[in-house]
Ligand binder design. Structure first.
Ligand SMILES: [Zn+2]
Length: 561
């Protein structure tokens, strides 16, 4: 027995010696790809800057000067001369709705149709391309752009869509136009009553004109066919192409349908998933992942599951974010908790079970009391199951109670935030919640001061997927209406390097992948982008003009200009 053990030790030693000799005797392996002559901003604190990167297969093998990296060059090495342009790790959007985004890209675009004729022409063109049994949806029309403004009617589009049902929405989502084919399928007539909270717009004889407002939209929604696999696949491809063009190499897809995961998995198998995806279905289905023993961040480098998305409240814009005190401009309400929080004990139970199964929790909470309640629940989960590296998240975390920053940090909860919402809501948020609460709103600086991990995202399609717009928002905090050129709540501005870090390492940490991606570091996945302009050296107001010249995922160029 003792001899056997000694023999094992001896042979292990021999193997080690042989390996060491081999490494010494052999030159470096040949890199498959080298990026040289670049300004590399690595987001790696140990070596923040470099000139060149060597890649072998899907991973980075070396980062250094042009001369260092030249040693990795071999006869078959591909070389990209970056011509001194800025090279960054790819962006990781910590909160998107990827298939909705793809569907939006894939649907008819009516936003800038400036006349009724143009509106009808675009729908007619789309009808020619629309497969049988599919509807024309989306649109985001705005009749205020017409002169004079007036609501569209079904007659405007019936002639060009005799066999294709149409249901296209106004840009605010509060009303939609149906054509006669859709109205017929829904069985709506002059006799159909308006539903509570909704209106069927009618002509003088009481016949529907085609526009359905608010809750009345559900009359048509109900008869729309569910998304087919084909349509999801097409949407996913559109979203992937869009992400590649924008330098988004990873996304964390919130509230996905299982059918979306099936599409991603099919694309992954074909090697067509050009953006890495961490998919978080709804918490209500926690049993599905728990029963097969999947834990957080389970899967391949391209597609992982094991996170769950839940909702605690609504949004600030619709006065449904849940606050301790009433809204300043709507003193009769403090907002609304979501269905999932009625009663809170049910939410607690689901969170406990999901945590017990090792799944990661991502809870949407926007108002200060909703955030506080979720922190309470995270605290209870930790007390019940002990402290561990669970990285629970609060999605949005927009309006913080001052007392809660410390708790956020002590519980190591991740603030998954969307800076573009700040410059959008910043136009009117103070009117809604007053001067006191506004101080701890979109409080990115305060989060960092408390040692809270920030992960950046967009909530695409709520905001654009373009990372340049998000970086600009975080660094300038200049609201979209141009009224705060020096920054809205300027004390909450971040530096560009802090913003880039939150968008790369921060988001990677939020999905347990900080050892795999998020910086340009030897050993990590080669998810790298080249920018047209050096955003680190320009006036931050001009960051939105910069674009991505090249996007690489796992050492493969997935897009170049
Ligand atoms: Zn969202």
């Amino acid at each position: 027995m003792a001899t056997a053990r000694w023999l094992v030790a001896l042979s292990a030693m021999i193997v080690l010696l042989l390996c060491a000799a081999g490494v010494l005797a052999q030159a470096k392996p040949e890199a498959s790809l080298i990026i040289t002559n670049a300004k590399v901003y690595t987001v790696d604190k140990a070596h923040p800057e470099a000139e060149a990167v060597a890649i072998l297969g899907e991973r980075i093998v070396a980062v250094g000067s042009n001369a260092d990296i030249d040693q990795w060059r071999g006869a078959n090495t591909k070389v990209i001369d970056a011509r001194r342009r800025l090279v960054l790790p790819g962006f990781n959007d910590a909160h998107v709705h990827f298939i909705s985004g793809g569907l939006q890209l894939d649907s008819v675009d009516l936003r800038d149709a400036s006349t009724p004729e143009e509106f009808a022409r675009r729908i007619g063109e789309r009808a020619k391309l629309t497969p049988k049994d599919e509807w024309i949806t989306g649109g985001d029309w705005d009749e205020e752009k017409w002169n004079p403004p007036h609501l569209p009617t079904k007659e405007l589009i019936d002639a060009v869509t005799p066999n294709t049902p149409v249901f296209v929405n106004r840009y605010d989502g509060h009303e939609s136009l149906a054509n006669s084919a859709a109205i017929k399928l829904a069985g709506i007539t002059a006799k159909t009553p308006d539903p509570p909270g909704g209106t069927i717009v009618r002509d003088a004889q009481g016949n529907p004109t085609g526009v359905f407002k608010d809750a009345a939209q559900s009359y048509i929604d109900k008869v729309m066919p569910p998304l087919s696999h084909e349509r999801r696949l097409r949407a996913a491809k559109r979203a992937l192409a869009h992400a590649a063009r924008l330098g988004v190499t990873s996304v964390q897809d919130m509230a996905v349908d299982y059918a979306d995961i099936a599409v991603y998995s099919e694309l992954a198998a074909k090697g067509e998933l050009t953006t890495r995806i961490y998919a978080a279905p709804l918490l209500a289905g926690w049993r599905d992942e728990a029963k097969i023993g999947v834990r957080h961040a389970f899967g391949s480098s391209y597609l992982r599951i094991g996170a769950l998305k839940a909702f605690a409240d609504g949004s600030l814009g619709s006065t449904t974010a849940y606050f301790f005190q009433p809204y300043t401009d709507a003193p009769n309400t403090r907002g609304l908790l979501s269905d999932e929080m009625h009663p809170v004990s049910k939410m607690r139970d689901r969170m406990m079970k999901a945590d017990e199964a090792g799944l990661q929790l991502c809870v949407h909470a926007i108002g200060d009391q909703a955030i506080s309640m979720i922190l309470d629940l995270y605290g209870e989960v930790e007390r019940a199951h002990g402290s561990s590296d669970r990285r629970s998240r609060i999605e949005h975390a927009q309006h913080m109670a001052a007392k809660d920053f410390d708790r956020f940090s002590k519980l190591n909860v991740i603030a998954s935030v969307q800076p573009y919402h700040a410059i959008d809501d910043g136009r009117w948020a103070e009117r809604r919640i007053g001067p006191e609460r506004i101080k701890t709103t979109y409080a990115f600086r305060t989060f960092l001061q408390h040692g809270v991990h920030l992960a950046f995202g967009t909530d695409w399609t709520v905001a654009p997927l373009n990372p340049m717009l998000t970086l600009n928002a975080a660094v300038t905090r200049a609201t979209l209406d141009g009224k705060n050129p020096d920054g809205w709540l300027p004390e909450q501005k971040l530096s560009l390097s802090e913003a880039i870090e939150a968008y790369t390492m921060g988001s990677a940490y939020a999905e347990f992948q900080e050892n795999e991606k998020g910086s340009i570091t030897p050993g990590k996945l080669a998810d790298i982008i080249i920018l047209s302009d050096d955003i680190t050296a320009m006036d931050p107001r001009n960051i939105p003009d910069a674009h991505v010249d090249l996007t690489m995922v796992g050492g493969q160029v997935v897009w170049s200009r």
